[in-house]
Design a protein around this ligand. Structure first.
Ligand code: ADP
Ligand code: 5GP
Length: 210
């Protein structure tokens, strides 16, 4: 069987509760890895270097792109966001499941580079709830909130390209659903391509040898 870990991409509009659901989920599943992204945006109160993000200058970020150190990157709200490649590759190699919490452009780049990646989109129960959560978080000014809600409309248009949808109504339910997605992913054809190829190869070589 394929002993490589599986890669999961989690997207959803800002404020939908991705961070909250993932924090809940990872407490219950400490064996699952969450990639720490790099960004050029400034830290929000309470965010810690190397835990929430690696906070980089534009120059440092662009150097990392140029040296091939990003698995994917995108610009969002005029800031760079990207997934450092090395940690993700070594976890997958070690057979560990890895979650990337990234926006839609990055998700599609990951799918193009690694077609076996499983894409999960987190939806709010409705748009009004998204607005309330975004303003309730109290970390962005009105202008930024407006921009993020505008961006959300475009993000919902891409939700249909994902493999799974999870509605974050109650955190515990959404976290449980994510666990079911990780479980179901074991049975997806695209996460079993290496296994299928191996058996097919043996079938061809051994049936010829008979
Ligand atoms: P994201 O990571 O998607 O930007 P956050 O995890 O920061 O979103 O959540 C945005 C706000 O919504 C936070 O104040 C969080 O406490 C709240 N929140 C998240 N999930 C729920 C939920 N299921 N019910 C109520 N509030 C929630
Ligand atoms: P925030 O500024 O709210 O932390 O994140 C803004 C958006 O950037 C979110 O949709 C988040 O999922 C996305 N994001 C965070 N890290 C990455 C990353 O490494 N790559 C990409 N493409 N998007 C990211």
């Amino acid at each position: 069987m394929n002993s490589r870990g599986r890669l999961f991409v989690i997207s959803g509009p800002s404020g939908v509760g991705k961070g909250t659901v993932l924090a809940h989920f990872l407490k219950e599943r400490p064996g699952v890895r969450l990639s720490v992204s790099a960004t050029t945006r400034s830290p929000r109160p309470g965010e810690r270097e190397g835990e929430s993000y690696f906070f980089l200058s534009r120059e440092a970020f662009e150097e990392k792109i140029a040296s091939g150190g990003m698995l994917e990157y995108a610009q969002y709200n005029n800031q760079y966001y990207g997934t450092p490649r090395a940690a993700v590759e070594s976890w997958l190699q070690a057979g560990e499941d890895v979650l990337l919490e990234i926006e839609v452009q990055g998700a599609m780049k990951v799918r193009a580079a690694l077609p076996e990646a499983v894409l999960v989109f987190i939806m709010p129960p409705d748009f009004h709830t998204l607005r309330l959560r975004l303003s309730g978080r109290g970390t962005e000014d009105e202008g930024t909130i407006k921009k993020r809600l505008f961006a959300a409309a475009a993000e919902f248009q891409r939700a249909g390209e994902y493999d799974f949808i999870i509605v974050n109504d109650r955190v515990e339910e959404a976290s449980r659903a994510l666990g079911e997605v990780l479980e179901s992913a074991r049975y997806l054809v695209k996460t079993n391509q290496t296994f299928i190829s191996e058996v097919m190869h043996d079938a061809q070589t051994e049936s010829l040898a008979d």
